[in-house]
Design a binder for this molecule. Structure first.
Ligand code: PNS
Length: 161
């Protein structure tokens, strides 16, 4: 039987417990997940690609069948290059819907063989995002429980400087 692999793409600046919940649940459906970080030169992330890879690898070290990779260019082309035809995304509050719908339709126009699959984010993570967590952390807010320990530690280091 052939292995079924899904691509879980994003900026992951940084990875949150909401992302990890989708990874855990994705692994219940797929044999393998590729966490694919978009390397976008037009965006200025808080964490470098290397830092993001390091944090993701630390956060998923106990999970099986995960590859952490980076990509640039079109996501559908990247999926083909990895022999996958599934893009996995998490859906949070209603506000995500329009953007995700737009992206899924564009990806479908670009390559009809790639399917976008959405998992509803667990209610615990409904209103959290990397952006809002970074903002809270930047003002010294308590973000315990929202991100893996390694990310919490790295955020503290970033904002201490
Ligand atoms: O973490 P994010 O912001 O939700 O991730 C967005 C991402 C990386 C999935 C999206 O921007 C993307 O796939 N970019 C790659 C470029 C691409 O394929 N664009 C066409 C489809 S909109």
């Amino acid at each position: 039987m052939s292995q079924k692999t899904a691509i879980y793409p994003g900026f992951f600046d940084p990875i949150t417990n909401g992302h990890l919940s989708i990874v855990t649940r994705g692994l219940e459906i797929f044999d393998k997940l590729i966490i694919a970080i978009l390397n976008n030169p037009h965006k200025t992330p808080l964490f470098s690609i290397e830092e993001r890879i390091f944090m993701i690898k630390a956060a998923v070290k106990d999970k099986p069948n995960i590859e952490v990779d980076t990509f640039d260019g079109l996501l559908v082309d990247y999926a083909v290059s990895k022999n996958s035809n599934v893009i996995l995304r998490g859906l949070r509050a209603l506000s995500d819907f329009e953007y995700e719908f737009q992206m899924a339709l564009m990806n479908r126009k670009l390559n009809r063989h790639i399917q976008s699959l959405f998992l509803m984010t667990d209610y615990k993570w409904f209103y959290t995002s990397s952006t809002i967590i970074k903002e809270a952390a930047s003002f010294g807010g308590d973000i315990t429980g929202l991100v893996p320990d390694i990310v919490s530690q790295k955020l503290k280091e970033k904002f201490r400087n």
